[in-house]
Every structure is written in structure tokens, then in C-alpha cells.
Design a protein around this ligand. Structure first.
Ligand code: AKG
Ligand code: FE2
Length: 667
């Protein structure tokens, strides 16, 4: 390989981006810092397709490394300039008491992640480089938590002596030798074209013991870098000094871009934004549109938080702090027609046969009742869970949906209204900064669903939202009356918006402040709702194997008959508590009970359908999820929030009066 040196060096420094903040500003900045959702690893992985690794420093796919994150401690002799990076290969390191990483064992080229880096080298695959601001050497000067540098090629991987073991190091060379690197000081001269750089031959040496020829890596002398050779990591017969530095030829040699072509597999920075704004026919709610982007102004990775587009800084500006990036890209959402997304039932006139009534998936048939007549034009399916509650599904059809002010109109209007829908960080996320996979806005009494959401008063709600509330009030009354309960009218409405591929994962709606009834109206794309027992009630014990103090035996739970028998024996005094507990522990252990409950009730929710879940224990013992199927769906869920659980100042938010045409009578 013919390689040349870079331009005569005015060795550059990483540019300093740190704002000069006073101490009080720094404190303020910490307190009011952008929500973690905007600066986390999740933002990076969401925006960058070649780095979808939420953990570790390497992103690999099919055995090839496509992206590297350099953060925190990069091992001895970490090196970075405008075109070269030399760093350790991850894995096999552990943090000691002093906080320093130590190599615990020899690394091997045939193990990941080294193997994936070697594959990138052999297959000439460029590796995208991200630099984190926790990097001990250069991090402090960087503008963001994660900074996309450029595409690099892997030129060499070799062994060094590290902490008494053979540790792997890797040398990366920037793919483009033409563009000036953004991370160097602005007064660094532009790079010389490759043709104008002086030719350099690498210095090589041959080991007198293993006879292998390798380049000279270090200034202090040539060393054999074959880890199994007796002369490994020696300069002559001596151990190398602690202050080893790289030899100039090792740093300055470059691959000839003409003879060693290397093509990036995709743009370093995805073109999502450009393609969205060029109105080139991409649907504004398709899967690609709710990925993150790299801010074209400040280069921060940002997630799609807002319904209408991307905004670099979501939080309002804080007085006394430097202004944050104001980049904002809203997009016109192409109106989605009901014909494009609705399932067949929402588009067909009512049929009096029972074909519609086979649509509700493969249920485990917990007391399923079908009522085709009493709620006409709806069909009604009810699932009774004895002692727990019921799920009522009102199935709509074109007759219902096409009425003025009905689901078709509501779907069209909700697309045009500025509802204030946005994604929220999940409180219980496994990875910090993980956002919900749906957009949400709450109206009326405050309600905390899977995340905390600020509520808007019903006096701010558009007509369409109040019409939905009218329908949900009707469905609540019908289902609760049929179940023989007393109706608590809804005073809260959570609107969810689902783009293509969005969902709400398993959760319950069982907050202390909630009444026992939850009603949902589906608009637009069809979706699948699954209801299953919570893990502990299905198995009779917690995930950690702790027995339920009072076993609740739900229909179809694991070991239903056996558990019921022992529970009866315990309750009527035939067996003592120790025996009861021992029997259950032994049985559960033997069966290694750890699985989730199979779906107990599965509903095919179509445009215009209403679902009412009723019964407090339903939310205590069961959980539900909904997966949307197509470009656009809205789910409007109304509940009754107990007013004594609400902060007095917020009570007016839940007050509303429906006009006669917002009230619904079930037609
Ligand atoms: O999208 C749906 O139909 C259900 C929404 C839901 O479960 C909720 O808002 O808690
Ligand atoms: Fe829910």
C-alpha cells in the first residue's frame, strides 16, 4: 500500500466549544438543563442509523463494525488529531477502585468487538465515529454529549502490552482527506490534497525471533507486536518506557484515496430532514419521519418529540443563560384519508350476519357475549371476567362513521387541529431518555398514565375533542349500566396519536385517583389491543419468586386448579400457612415459572370502535397494549378522576358542558 504523509504539521488541537459560563450560570444550567431525553444515548441511536447500539462502544451488524463511540477512558496512548484516531478495542476492561479501567485478560482478534473491526478493515467498510464529551482527553471542549465526527477507515489493529496483558489497539484514518475536520481549531490550515503531500514509506522491522515483519509504531523504537512471540513488547531486550509516543510515520502515513477506494454505505448524517422537506411523496407519518435527526445548525442529535416536526431545544429559554440552538423544522402533515388506513369494517355498511363478530382475534373466551341488536347500529362484544370486571367492545361500521360529526369527520378534523401532541420520556424506561412510541396530550383533570403529562383544561379543548368526550360518555354509560354498576362520568381525556409503527406497550390504567371505568374511541388505522394477566397474578409469584400473600386466582392463570385447591384448603383451615407456602414454592420452582401470561383477550380495533374496560381489579390484575397498523391513528381515552385526589387549583380544568350536538346518543 502506497501511503503518504499529511501536510507538514501544525499539529492541531480540538477546538474549544465550552461557553464561558460564570459559576452561578453553570449552577443554573445544571438545574434547568435540557431534559435528559434530549441529550441521551437514545437520541444518538435514534438519529444515527450506523450507531443503533444503546450499550457498548461498537455498533456491529452481521459481524461488521459500522460505528464507534469514543467516550470516557480510552486506555493508554489514546490519540486524536484531524485525520487519525488511535484507541483501545473495547471489552475485557474493568474499572478498578481508583476509577481507572484495567485490562483483565488478553484480548483476541477472533473475538468481538475486535473481530468486527477486523471485518471492517478487510471489507473496506467505513466506520462512523462519535466522540462523547466524557472523553478524558478532549471531551470538555466538545459542544454536545455525543458528537458525530466523520467516517473513518480501519487501517491497522495490533497488540500492545497493557496492564500485563496483550491488549488490542486500532488505528483509524479519516476517509475524506479533502474536507477540513470540524473538530479542529478554526485557524488550522486546510488539508493539502493527497497528490500534493510528500510520499512516505512506513518504517518496518523484522523480528529476529518470530521472523514477522511489522511497521514501526513507536518513536522510542521498533517492537514485535505478535502477542505470542517471546520478543513481544520489547525494545531490543528491554521493556518499553512508560512514556511511549507514536512514531511520526505511523501518524502521518495515509491511504491513497485513488487506489484504496472506500465507499460509505449511507450518508454520515441521514437525509431524513432534507427528504421530508422536499415534499417528495414521503408520508409525513411514515416510520422514517419519527426517527431523530442531527440538527443541521448545531449538530446535536435530537429526537422527534413534537407532532409537527423537530425542535432542537424544547425547553423555554432561561434568563441569564446563553441562548440554546433555536433550530426548528415543522412539516405540513399530508392529510391521511380514512380510505387509506381504516380496516374493512369501518368502511362497510352494517351486516346483520355475524361475520364481523369473528374479527376479535383468538380469544381465550373469558365469558364472551355477543349482542347484535340492543346497541344497533353497533354490534357489542362483552368479555366478563368473573369477580374482576368486563371489557366491552362496540364495533362500528360505515353507517356510524359517515354520519356528520361522526368518526370520519373527527378523524379529518383532529389531523388539522393543533392539539399539542408530543412524545414524553418514559418514567420507567430501561434506557434513560427513551420516549413513548406515541404522541400524547391530556385534557381535563390531570392524569398520570405511563408518563407524567401536563393537562390542558377542557375550556381549551377544540370541538372535536368534546365530541369525542360525548361519545366516550355514552359508551361508559352503556357498558357500566349493563354491568350493573353506577356510572361515574368521565372528566379527563387523554388523546394519543400513533404514526406508522407506533404503539403503547403493556401497562395498566390503574392509578389511585382513577374511577373503575376507562373508555377508548379509535379513529383511523386499525389496531390490535391485547389484554393479559400481570406477571405476578398469572404465575402466583413475583418475578423474583416471592409468593403472593393473598393468591388471586384468575381464569386461565398458571396452575389454576391446583392453586385454587390449596387456597381453599388454606382458607378453610385444612392446611397451615407454612404447608400452603411450601407447596406453592415447590411447584413454582419445579416449573420454573417466569413466563408472561398469554393474551387473554385480543380485540381488533377499527375506525369508530369504542372499548370500555370496567372494574377496579381489572387494572390491578390485568395489563393491556395496543399496536397500531398503519400511517395514522388516534385513540381518545376518557376516565373519571376522583376530584378529592386533584390539586384544588387544577379542578377547573375538568369542568365542561357539552353542547347538544356534542352529546352522543349512540347512533
Ligand atoms: O390506543 C389505545 O387504544 C389505548 C390507549 C391506552 O391504553 C391508554 O391511553 O392508556
Ligand atoms: Fe391504557
Amino acid at each position: 500500500m502506497r501511503r503518504k504523509i499529511a501536510q507538514p504539521k501544525n499539529r492541531s488541537h480540538v477546538q474549544s466549544y465550552t461557553h464561558a459560563l460564570t459559576r452561578s450560570q453553570t449552577k443554573k444550567a445544571k438545574n434547568t438543563a435540557a431534559k435528559p431525553s434530549l441529550i441521551t444515548r437514545q437520541s444518538l441511536c435514534d438519529a444515527i442509523p450506523w450507531f443503533r447500539a444503546l450499550q457498548g462502544s461498537t455498533y456491529q451488524n452481521n459481524g461488521i463494525c459500522y460505528g464507534i463511540l469514543i467516550d470516557a477512558d480510552c486506555g493508554p496512548r489514546f490519540y486524536l488529531d484531524e485525520e487519525i484516531i488511535i484507541t483501545r478495542v473495547g471489552g475485557s476492561y474493568q474499572k478498578g477502585h481508583d476509577g481507572q479501567l484495567r485490562l483483565m485478560q488478553d484480548q483476541h482478534l477472533d473475538r468481538y468487538p475486535a473481530k468486527a473491526l477486523l471485518a471492517s478493515l478487510q471489507k473496506s467498510t467505513p466506520v462512523g465515529m462519535v466522540l462523547g464529551n466524557r472523553n478524558a482527553r478532549v471531551g470538555a471542549g466538545l459542544p454536545h454529549r455525543y458528537n458525530v465526527l466523520a467516517y473513518f477507515r480501519v487501517t491497522d489493529i495490533w497488540y500492545e502490552g497493557i496492564d500485563g496483558h496483550a491488549g488490542l489497539k486500532v488505528r483509524f484514518e479519516k476517509v475524506s482527506l479533502v474536507e477540513k475536520s470540524w473538530w479542529v481549531a478554526s485557524n488550522t490550515p486546510d488539508p493539502l490534497p493527497y497528490d500534493q503531500r510528500p510520499l512516505i514509506q512506513p518504517e518496518v522491522g523484522r523480528c529476529t525471533h518470530c521472523n514477522t515483519e511489522t511497521p514501526r509504531v513507536f518513536q522510542q523504537g521498533w517492537m514485535c507486536l505478535q502477542k505470542d512471540c517471546a520478543h513481544f513488547w520489547k525494545i531490543g531486550i528491554f521493556d518499553p518506557p512508560a512514556n511511549l509516543i507514536y512514531h511520526s510515520s505511523w501518524l502521518e502515513i495515509r491511504c491513497n484515496p485513488q487506489t484504496t477506494a472506500i465507499a460509505p454505505h449511507e450518508p454520515l448524517i441521514p437525509t431524513t430532514l432534507a427528504s421530508m422537506t422536499a415534499s417528495n411523496g414521503i408520508d409525513a407519518t411514515s416510520r422514517d419521519t419519527w426517527r431523530g435527526i442531527v440538527c443541521p445548525r448545531c449538530k446535536k442529535c435530537i429526537q422527534r418529540v413534537l407532532w409537527h416536526g423537530w425542535k432542537c431545544t424544547i425547553d423555554p429559554p432561561v434568563e441569564g443563560l446563553p441562548e440554546r440552538c433555536t433550530f426548528e423544522q415543522t412539516m405540513q402533515l399530508r392529510p391521511v384519508s380514512i380510505r387509506e388506513v381504516a380496516g374493512p369494517r369501518g368502511l362497510l355498511p352494517i351486516e346483520m350476519d355475524d361475520t364481523n363478530d369473528k374479527n376479535d382475534g383468538d380469544n381465550m373466551a373469558i365469558g364472551q357475549g355477543i349482542d347484535l341488536l340492543s346497541h344497533l347500529p353497533y354490534h357489542k362484544h362483552t368479555y366478563e371476567i368473573p369477580g374482576i370486571g368486563s371489557v366491552t367492545h362496540f364495533l362500528a361500521n360505515a353507517g356510524i362513521n359517515e354520519r356528520p360529526g361522526g368518526p370520519n369527520d373527527l378523524f379529518n378534523i383532529l389531523q388539522k387541529e393543533p392539539l399539542g401532541l408530543r412524545r414524553f420520556p418514559l418514567d420507567i424506561a430501561v434506557v434513560t431518555g427513551m420516549l413513548t412510541s406515541h404522541f400524547a396530550v391530556n385534557y381535563g383533570m390531570p392524569y398520570k398514565y405511563v408518563v407524567s403529562v401536563a393537562s390542558k383544561g377542557f375550556n381549551e379543548a377544540p370541538d372535536a375533542i368534546l365530541r369525542c368526550l360525548g361519545r366516550l360518555t355514552w359508551a361508559t354509560e352503556q357498558a357500566v349500566t349493563a354491568a350493573g354498576g353506577s356510572v361515574l362520568p368521565p372528566n379527563e381525556l387523554l388523546a394519543l396519536g400513533y404514526f406508522e409503527g407506533m404503539k403503547i406497550g403493556f401497562h395498566d390504567d390503574g392509578e389511585k385517583s382513577l374511577g373503575p371505568t376507562i373508555a377508548t374511541l379509535s379513529l383511523g388505522a386499525s389496531s390490535t389491543m391485547k389484554i393479559r394477566m400481570k406477571h405476578q397474578y398469572y404465575n402466583g409469584q413475583s418475578r423474583r419468586g416471592v409468593l403472593l400473600k393473598k393468591d388471586i386466582i384468575l381464569p386461565n392463570c398458571a396452575n389454576e386448579k391446583q392453586r385454587q385447591k390449596w387456597k381453599d384448603q388454606f382458607e378453610n383451615g385444612t392446611i397451615r400457612k407454612e404447608v400452603y407456602d411450601r407447596r406453592r414454592t415447590t411447584l413454582f420452582r419445579k416449573q420454573r415459572l417466569t413466563g408472561e401470561s398469554p393474551t387473554q383477550i385480543q380485540l381488533d380495533l377499527q375506525h369508530g370502535d369504542l372499548v370500555v374496560m370496567h372494574g377496579e381489579d381489572l387494572q390491578k390484575c390485568y395489563e393491556h397494549s395496543v399496536i397500531s397498523s398503519n400511517l395514522l391513528r388516534f385513540a381518545l381515552t376518557a376516565r373519571h378522576i376522583k376530584t378529592d385526589c386533584v390539586n384544588k387549583a387544577e379542578l377547573p380544568k375538568g369542568e365542561f358542558t357539552l353542547s347538544p350536538d356534542q352529546v352522543y346518543h349512540g347512533n
